[in-house]
Ligand binder design. Sequence first.
Ligand SMILES: [Zn+2]
Length: 802
Amino acid sequence: MKKRQKWKKNLMVMTAMTGLGFSVFYPDFSTPTSAVGQPDLPLPKEESFSIVQLEVPNQNAKDKLLELGIDLTHRASENNGIFEVDAVVTPTEISMLKTFGIKVKDTLVTEKQWKTRAAEREAALQQETNLTAAEDSLKILRANHYTNQSETFLYIEAKSTAGASASTALTATWTENGVEKSATLSRKVDAGEYLYHYLEVPVSTIPASVKLESSLGGAASSAVTEWLGKDKPGNPQTHYVKDFVDHYMDPTELYERAENLAKEFPDLVDIIEMPNKTNGYRRLAQAQIGSTQENSVVVTSKAWGHEGGNDISVEFKNPGSNDSSLKINVEGKKVLVDLANNSSGQIISTAKQVVDAINADSSASALITANTYRGNAGTGTVSSATVKLTDGLIAPANISRDPFTVKAIRIGKHRDGSKPGVLGYAQEHAREWVTPLVTIETAERLLRNYAHDGETKKLVDNLDIFLVPSTNPDGAHYTFYDYNMQRKNMTNYCGPAQSDPNNRNNWGVDINRNHSVGSAFDGFVGASTTNCTSGTFAGPAETSEPEAKNIVWLADENPNIKFAMNIHSYGGYFMWSPGAYDANRTTLPRPTAGEEAFYWAASDTILNDIQDYRGTVILPSRTGPVPDVLYSAAGNSADYLWYEKGIYAWDFEVGADLWDKETQKWKPVGFQPSFEEGHEEAMEFANGLIGMFKVAYNQSKDHQRPTSKVVPGGGKFTGPVDVTFETSEPATIYYTLDGSRPTFESAKINLSGVREDAEALKIAKTTTLKWFSVDAAGNIEKNYNPISKDKSNYNSATITIK
Ligand SMILES: [Zn+2]
């Protein structure tokens, strides 16, 4: 019993201190240590990270994982009661987990591999910058027409001097029967090398000439001549361009790309600037002076690093005279601390005394705040030293340090709220590099196929499409330049005891835990409200963060939004609400049986479209409500959209495991796979996102009323009867058993259990069932009006039991 209590105490300490990051377990860090007689505690060293697969033996250990704020990825599975999950951990965290019986099965990705990704991206970016810095020149290689058995085609091949960049798009225009037509060319790349752009489209008459224009400004034109191979067998396929991303993009680049699209397609695109600016890719400047926990002083600038904090320096000096007292002088941006001496000239100032002296000096405290190390009593004697403060941020100067305006790309022929809205938003979690590419690729496909592809035109003409490429740009900039594994935003809510520079990778709020439905503040599981360094820190309050407020704002401003996709990585999941359960494992209310059936039916369309690209199968075991296939995620944004705004809201986890034939095992892809793999994920999930648009389009065109019947029907029975409902399409059944007319307030048919079918009603005595059904598009069976009392065209059946 005693032992258990000790564990509990240590656990509380660990909970406060660990999480993802450089923090290390020091059980007695809060106990004041005397300066004499006890050895000083060393400062924690920065540790490297890896993604490992953990084997969690039981529910208790699983709960511990969440409690400790271990930084879990989105990939998890359960086999014979043993839970396996990928986590981002340090060696210290690994040894701590072992004490709870949690084993490391496999190391999946090392810090070195993440660094390689950043370097690869830099190289690609440099190439892109070199290529797209100036107007390109175009060369038309051929412009031909030919006619096969059934169709006449226009075929164009051209080269751009900037063709090696996937963002360089060439558009051809020509005239058929006096009508101007246009289409975007496809980019031909082989083994990573750009060859040329091309286009093959059926034409109604042979155009005399074609004109080519590049998105970079280059232009060329050519007469159209006949290709000799008149009888060349052709396959009159629709011309459809894709593949517009060729490297991982940071938010600055993503939003520049978005702005460029809006300029190029003013009739189809608006850029929406969302009102809640982020805190910004910025930090206060800091330094830590000292060699142990007892004698360390942490200083933090009042100004942001880039606004003067980085210019501050602090010097601890032995004045060289005996019996001198502690004095603070400030010269410009230099804080000079003359340390106190004893009669033999030895320094006697302790960390705590220096901290108090700095904070009491008005000139020094105008520049900086001083603290002891992580709440230490600071009884250790300090040494002379000179340090320069720094915010530690290393992104190049073109990455703004100011609060960032998050934008949505709004695409549609009619962007006035009159069409059904669909929303795709990515990168709530900063390190998920593939996710923004899904939105950019989707935007490019919609715009560049609009002129020529009927299916695309149908979607763009009939939907109001909102795409947010990077919900969490500050964290995303940080993940590209400073720390690959950043998940949260950059806002530090930790007090002084957690705000030393060694904790800089642990601050921030998990944007997908900051929402107000099923939140950790209401007791739901899967986020921390108290541990500011936890990987799933929910923030100081519900919807405290601008990144979360923006998604709420977008849904408020655009009540036409009916479908949403929250795009994450990795693991290859397709999920919907409920997304969280409470301490008793009671989930948020399940969708009705009809809604659940609609979710599954839509999955069929969306997952088939994903599979079309390269055969990736999103597994049935990774499809369904979040807690059924992954874990509880308190305060996630999809739950907010579904429960609060009535939006059909899904989560994608892009990056399905790859099957390794050699080992006969599924292999995870990680947050930042080689671009070769990341590119494929972006392509297949852009297919999936467009699949969701098709679902939205089909739903908007659904005016067919559902029909339903009970099985067995009304009649005479000798004993209790199980009654089920059959509907012509996914639809919610509202019913009564007391003879009253059914309304929207009546009972609904729910699921009989997790991942099961609709429930059956057990009828034990003679009962008249009255009911109606409503499909996902809101069509009501038989045009019944449940609100108006004079209508009675609902269904009715009497079960008579003798
Ligand atoms: Zn995520």
